[in-house]
Design a protein. Structure first.
Length: 276
């Protein structure tokens, strides 16, 4: 998910409108009243707008920075759990509250657990936000061979669910690795990790990807996309530092895929839980 620093812009707008409104309230409003004739003093347009927008901007900033932030899913790396066009809510306080923009920790929250879907700042380019599933906690020994995931020497239980039915006939579906086309043979499985049970997808039409094993260092997490054969994740670029965590994805609040041949508005996905 490409990151636009809306949070910084929102902070600036909130500060500017707040300063303008406060300065007028403490200084200029009284001067206008003293210099005005019998007619009511006219409030400058910039003050009127600042007074109207400051409370709204302040509320949005607080909610977005400390409670919930919306994101849109632009790629198929988390299929079949999350689809292109899903709009999700991310809980910003689950893993501890941080200052907006600077991301300094204010409070400590829960630690991510196996199976959590998390949004984080991509370690190689922190201007981008990524979303993946946590499969390895600090100290875990992660093994991935032949499309099977093991944690601390125990192979995660997998049960076949279905063959994934592509949603469209799009020719350009590289983000989904071809699994979003009719006729694709991608296989969907239920995977169990600790108390979490979720779906993952593999594509037998492509060669097996990265295999290997690794120990997760302290203060870091190992993450993977649910679309296992078509995901840019920890298997390729390493671990997610705890300081890079943005929050826990909790719910789909809208789905709208506006691409040519896309699914359009799908109200059936609204309200679906992502992580408990």
């Amino acid at each position: 998910m490409v990151h636009f620093d809306f949070e910084f812009l929102l902070l600036i707008l909130t500060a500017v409108t707040g300063v303008v409104w406060l300065a007028d309230l403490l200084l200029f409003a009284g001067m206008r009243r003293n210099s005005a004739s019998k007619a009511a003093p006219k409030e400058p347009l910039v003050v009127e707008y600042s007074r109207a927008f400051f409370p709204v901007l302040a509320i949005v900033l607080v909610l977005r920075a400390f409670a919930y932030e919306p994101f849109r899913i632009p790629s198929g790396s988390m299929m079949p759990s999350l689809l292109v066009g899903d709009f999700i809510l991310v809980n910003k306080y689950s893993y501890g509250i941080r200052m907006p923009v600077w991301h300094n920790r204010i409070t400590y929250g829960d630690r991510p657990q196996h199976g959590d879907v998390v949004v984080f700042r991509y370690p190689r380019d922190e201007s981008q936000d990524y979303i993946k599933r946590v499969v390895g906690l600090p100290g875990d020994h992660i093994t991935y061979y032949n499309r099977r995931l093991s944690v601390n020497g125990k192979s995660l239980k997998m049960a076949k669910d279905r063959e994934y039915q592509g949603l469209s006939d799009l020719n350009n579906m590289s983000s989904a690795g071809g699994c979003d086309r009719r006729g694709a043979r991608c296989q969907v499985y239920f995977e169990n990790s600790g108390d979490a049970r979720y779906t993952v997808m593999t594509n037998p039409d492509v060669p097996m990807g990265v295999n290997g094993e690794v120990f997760v260092p302290n203060g870091h997490y190992f993450v993977m996309g649910d679309n296992r054969d078509h995901s840019n994740d920890s298997r390729l670029w390493g671990f997610v530092p705890e300081d890079n965590l943005v929050g826990k994805a909790v719910m789909i609040w809208m789905h709208w895929d506006w691409r040519d041949g896309g699914t359009g508005l799908d109200i059936s996905r609204i309200g679906q839980k992502i992580s408990d």
